[in-house]
Design a protein around this ligand. Sequence first.
Ligand code: ZN
Length: 450
Amino acid sequence: MKRVHLWAACLAAMLIIPGYHPIGVVPGDLNPAIVLSAENDAMNALAERYVKLVLALGQHDADYVDAYYGPPEWRKEAETAKRTLDQIDKDALTLQQSLTTAAPAAGADDIVRLRHTYLTKQMSALRNRVAMLGGKKLTFDEESKALYDATAPTNDPAVFERTVEELGRRLPGTGSVLERYDAFRSQFVIPRDRLDATFKAAIEGCRSRTLQHMTLPPGESFTVEYVTNKSWSGYNWYQGQYKSLIQVNTDLPIYVDRAIDLACHEGYPGHHVYNMLLEKNLLRDRGWAEFSVYALFSPQSLIAEGTANFGIDVAFPTRDRLAFERNTIFPAAGLDPARAAEYYDVLALVDRLSYAGNEAARRYINGQLDATGAAGWLERYGLYSPPRAAQRVRFIDQYRSYVINYNLGKDMVKRYVESKGGTAANAAKRWQIFEQLLSSPRLPSGLVGG
Ligand SMILES: [Zn+2]
């Protein structure tokens, strides 16, 4: 990466987006090296059109705009204009054509090429979402490819069955494996009155580990709220200005492992950090307006969920995590620390059933299972308790093939980081590659062989 050139280009970029000038930078500061800025200006104009299309589509799909912290008048404009799906698609097609002609020159910096590919793929996903809202039916795999730039592998249920049998030999008691797993797990619930203190301890652990390896923008923070009646278990609503609102759903009992999982996934080094690094490095420092908006049903989500899940392992390698659970989290939750290892041994086995959730969603979306059948599949092969299976089916109703972003996303991010030398044995390198990924516009297909 050639920093000098990028810095020059980014100063030029900021000139045309009011509101994104860092304090102290005025046009007179620019030096003659900025002759390269014409290409960047052209991309910035396309980026602005992209943001406005995302906001326009948000008028048809309440879940689509997950975060927006660009100029408020752009949002107002979308609300007032209320463009039809046909109009949005027509504008999107024109923008796609403009993007094709704006391809960066051979030899352009990596990040400039990534930016162009990012906008191209995000636009393609936007048009696919428009088509879906217009009634187009896609299979599960077609949809995940169209929206998230990836297809999850198919899995033989017999493989899940063998893991369930192994758990059966492992778990004490009588009844089905699911019943025994449920009974076992019920001993590791965080009591409601200890939830907040346990989460605070987990957040502190995740944040301090992240700060050992990354510099975060000054003044960053988030607020935690406890909510009910949601299809998800936690959610990060990024607000811009390095602030997040994190909501934790308390509809169902919260198990002790969720403290670190949620604190890392939603907070550090997960969504909160990812959003902040994009805002800091791409929106503010470079003036790239496309990073003032986050379209949920888009390839960016595989990177967001994948990094948030892999981030748990980056912050807490297995042995570290066990020690922290024993010394801090279990005591905060009022649980017996001596049982932490036993609990995590069982969870490691259950984790092998993760892709059973994708299979249930695939069969449900493809019409091979109805809602009851999908819940049954989750119980049988994924060991979801009946209320959790029902909640998951609600999630699939709302978010459909989005489910692949969690487990496939994590696996793709892990492979990418490790292929660059960021193995578990080399923590410094692991954090460095991970941070670079969080700060770049790289999309799922760019993780493979990139
Ligand atoms: Zn997430």
